[in-house]
Design a protein around this ligand. Structure first.
Ligand SMILES: Cc1ncc(COP(=O)(O)O)c(C=O)c1O
Length: 381
């Protein structure tokens, strides 16, 4: 059984030792009995390990092709967790246009003196080479980037990072293992906000970090227990349940995204569409090389200014105006005040996030209905 579509459907199925339940039961107990004074069972205390969390970590690791998956309470906790592997004077190289929460975390940790960070435009070969020359210990990558869908070459960055002795962590939230496998491209860690495509139903906040090696996986699990950032049993149960339909959801949502991207691309009230599935997109070729599909996220610039953009987003009825992404329902967000509100305005400007930009997470609705909604909203300006 090698196909990942089969593996995720079968993950943890039929393994219940107590009653033979086909689906994995939910284990809420915070503590587990020891067999004798010096012999514990496979689980002892819920912060350290839990059967549902364990099963989810194993399933994601299997999809990503890693050795170990450490499940955390949120995606931010997973990003913070990897920084624990480094000393305060070690350097982290991060993308200048990473998720606003990641930018905020690294900026404030650096201000506290708990790490050193440089933010770099990783699509700029000279800037990237200069930053690598500073000998970072960790290179963080986010591709496609949030919200501009910029792609960077994971294999090339991993090669350059290895040459200076750096580890590489890729935030794979936007594509999921159904479309991109960073560990196969040379990365050491693949990180997710499971809040998004992995759970897929916008009803859990969670995270996971998959390590390529057992050694890194064990160190991350140690830190997760030490700092207490592990995910809850219920969230893990829900996330594994959601993950079973990951491939089917991604196939259908991606098809909808392609239809919408083509519609927006031709629309006269749209300045520009950012979607690596479009042949005109700067990331098209790279997407073909390192992704197995363009995914279901896109963004676009409305012609005009902030007022026109506001009127479009407020006129949409099927697209819920909300941050987050990757659920079955379509969402639209205004990155300036929503996903990237936590970033300083100068940093947003450098990253190219303007007041005419809207980001869409394409859901599973009928594409004709989504197009009709967008068409009516754009007709107002
Ligand atoms: C790319 C990316 N990484 C990380 C996160 C943080 O995840 P969470 O909100 O689950 O903490 C987000 C949240 O939107 C995200 O979009």
């Amino acid at each position: 059984m090698t196909d990942k579509r089969t593996k995720i459907i079968q993950a943890e199925i039929g393994d219940d030792p107590a009653y033979g339940a086909v689906n994995p039961p939910l284990y809420l107990s915070s503590t587990y009995r020891f067999k004798s004074i010096d012999e514990k069972g496979p689980f002892d205390y819920g912060r350290t390990a839990n059967p549902n969390r364990h099963g989810l970590g194993r399933a994601v690791a299997e999809l990503e092709g890693g050795a170990h998956g450490v499940v955390t309470a949120t995606g931010m906790a997973a990003i913070d967790l990897v920084t624990n592997l480094f000393k305060a004077d070690e350097l982290i190289l991060a993308p200048h246009d990473c998720y606003g929460g990641t930018h905020r975390l690294l900026t404030h940790r650096a201000e506290q003196g708990r790490l050193r960070v440089i933010f770099v435009d990783q699509t700029d070969a000279t800037a990237l080479a200069d930053a690598m020359a500073e000998k970072p210990s960790l290179v963080m990558v986010e591709t496609p980037s949030n919200p501009l869908m910029r792609l960077v070459d994971i294999a090339a960055i991993c090669k350059a990072a290895k040459a200076v002795g750096a580890l590489v962590a890729v935030d794979n939230t936007f594509l999921s293992p159904a479309r991109q496998l960073p560990l196969e491209l040379g990365a050491d860690f693949s990180i997710h906000s499971t809040t998004k495509y992995l759970n897929g139903h916008s009803d859990v906040v969670g995270g996971v970090i998959v390590a390529k090696t057992d050694e890194h996986g064990e160190r991350l699990a140690w830190w997760a227990n030490c700092t207490g950032v592990t995910g809850s049993p219920f969230d893990s149960y829900q996330t594994l349940r959601g993950m079973r339909t990951l491939f089917a959801r991604m196939d259908a949502q991606e098809a909808n995204a392609m239809t919408i991207a083509k519609f927006l691309h031709k629309h006269k009230k749209v300045e520009r569409v950012y979607y690596p599935g479009l042949k005109s997109d700067v990331g098209y070729k790279l997407a073909k090389k390192q992704q197995s599909g363009p995914g279901a996220m896109l963004s676009f610039e409305v012609k005009g200014g902030f007022e026109q953009t506001k009127s479009v987003i407020e006129a949409l009825t099927l697209f819920q105006m909300a941050p987050s992404l990757g659920g079955t329902e379509s969402l639209v967000c205004f990155p300036t005040t929503m996903t990237h509100g936590g970033m300083a305005s100068e940093a947003r400007e450098i990253a190219g996030i303007r007041d005419t930009l809207l980001r869409i997470s394409v859901g599973l609705e009928a594409s004709d209905d989504l197009i009709a909604d967008l068409s009516a909203a754009l007709a107002l300006i």
